[in-house]
Design a protein around this ligand. Structure first.
Ligand SMILES: *Cc1c(COP(=O)(O)O)cnc(C)c1O
Length: 456
């Protein structure tokens, strides 16, 4: 080993670090660390990334705990029984936050994220529909089953429908509401509908579907038809926010027909990616076929996640936050984040150039478009570019189906985004706008709507 060779004098430092074929010989660990770490140097500052809901900061004690538990395998309940008990504690805590009527009857699991959690929620609806439809005498081979959701769905639902050969039946959003149209939604339901998905925090706009009104429609439908149509709430972003900030908002298991809910622990659960959760109000909503057992202390424990082996460190990170912050801790962080988002929205409003779709008051995201009659010679893609020069990552993208001519921009404020950072961002927005107003070259103005940057 040539330990005395300085990293930047080494042979490796003269070569590409990203390989497509293994090197024949090993290299020193410090060298590997330095060069790989340096390879990531152009990736921007995650905390300035206003495009993502995913957590970009955790306390050093949390990170330490997670780094020290990376070897624990979440599925190996018999080797790691305390970890298994902590996972169950997380499920209990979340079920309590979501007002589960019975702690004994509810059932839930951690997942890698909301995508896996939605997949499970969707599968349970499909299997339950199948049993129910056969009982009702519906010829289940005649048509494809369908899932009803607003056109503001996240891509995981498209995946679910492709994987399971289900028709994704989307209820168009209108520009005023930008959430599910409760008056129209039941028009999309038929004998082949496996369930309705309500979204607590539409990815594009941050709007909450009116789950309570949806529940009333479904209740009426079930009473009239004798069916057991259920609602799954995709609360990827809102599920760990609303319970702390809007405890009186009824969107969860308080509603009769809400049978299952998912959330991303790595969004407002404040854990690094990837961790998600799904909970069914009652075991009866999760068909037995989807429950498998793994051994646990000589006995067995039910498991329903899709993935098998993965590190338990994210689960322990989630528990660290629960244990450390408590209800008041989460609430104070979320209220501050909300305040920050509303301040940014106010600053955007003050420019008089934009129409605000979401002002940060429901979940702390701000989203807006350029006013239709705006006379500026630049567009939101130009503004995104300007902000990127100052280190801010901000996406600009068109709205979904039927509204695809509207290009919007969105700032996601997270727990680690303090008022000081917001002030810096606001200053940069105002500067960017005056620079754009002065610039005589504009490159994007005649461009068609497209997605710029990461938007999920
Ligand atoms: C982010 C998001 C998802 C996907 O969540 P992951 O945890 O990233 O898998 C699903 N639905 C909605 C509404 C989301 O915002």
């Amino acid at each position: 080993m040539k330990n005395n060779i300085p990293v930047f004098g080494s042979k490796q430092a003269q070569e590409n670090v990203i390989l497509n074929k293994l090197n024949q010989e090993p290299l020193e660990p410090e060298m590997a660390y330095r060069l790989i770490k340096d390879q990531l140097i152009d990736e921007g500052n995650a905390r300035q990334n206003m495009a993502t809901f995913c957590q970009t900061y955790m306390e050093p004690e949390a990170t330490k705990l997670m780094a020290e538990t990376l070897e624990k395998n979440a599925i190996d309940k018999s080797e790691y029984p305390s970890t298994a008990a902590i996972e169950e504690a997380c499920v209990n805590i979340i079920a309590d936050l979501w007002n589960a009527p019975s702690m004994e009857n509810k059932i839930g699991t951690s997942t890698v994220g909301s995508s896996e959690a939605c997949m499970l929620g969707g599968m349970a609806m499909k299997f339950r529909w199948q049993e129910e439809a056969v009982k009702r005498g519906v010829d289940i081979t005649k048509n494809k089953p369908n899932l009803v959701i607003s056109s503001g769905y996240q891509v995981c639902w498209e995946k679910f429908c492709v994987y399971w050969d289900i028709e994704l039946r989307t209820v168009p959003m209108d520009e005023d509401q930008l959430s599910i149209d409760v008056d129209k939604v039941m028009d999309y339901v038929d004998d082949y509908t496996i369930g309705i998905v309500g979204i607590l925090g539409i990815t594009y706009t941050g709007k909450y579907d009116d789950i309570k009104a949806l529940d009333e429609k479904v209740e009426q439908f079930n009473q009239e038809t004798g069916r057991e149509l259920g609602i799954h709430v995709d609360a990827a972003s809102g599920g760990m926010f609303a319970p702390f900030v809007f405890p009186d908002l009824e969107w969860d298991f308080r509603l009769n027909n809400v049978v299952s809910i998912n959330t991303s622990g790595h969004k407002y659960g404040l854990v690094y990616p990837g961790i998600g959760w799904v909970i069914w109000k009652d075991r009866k909503y999760l068909p037995e076929k989807l429950i498998f057992s793994v051994s646990y202390l000589g006995g067995s424990i039910p498991t329903m996640a899709i993935n098998f082996s993965r590190s338990a460190s994210q689960i322990l990170g989630q528990y660290y936050n629960f244990y450390r912050f408590g209800f008041e801790g989460y609430k104070s962080i979320h209220l501050r984040t909300q305040k920050v988002a509303m301040k940014i929205a106010e600053a955007i409003e003050k420019t008089e150039l934009f129409d605000i779709y979401n002002d940060g008051s429901n979940i702390p995201i701000v989203c807006y478009k350029l006013k239709d009659n705006s006379s500026v010679a630049w567009n939101l893609y130009d503004l995104a570019d300007r902000l990127q020069m100052k280190g801010w990552q901000v996406p600009a993208y068109p709205l979904p189906e039927d509204l695809e001519n509207i290009v919007i921009q969105r700032f996601v404020c997270r727990g680690d985004f303090g008022m000081n950072m917001a002030d810096a961002l606001i200053q940069d927005i105002n500067r960017s706008i005056s620079e754009l107003n002065k610039a005589d070259v504009s490159m994007h103005v005649h461009e068609k709507p497209h997605v710029q940057g990461f938007t999920h």
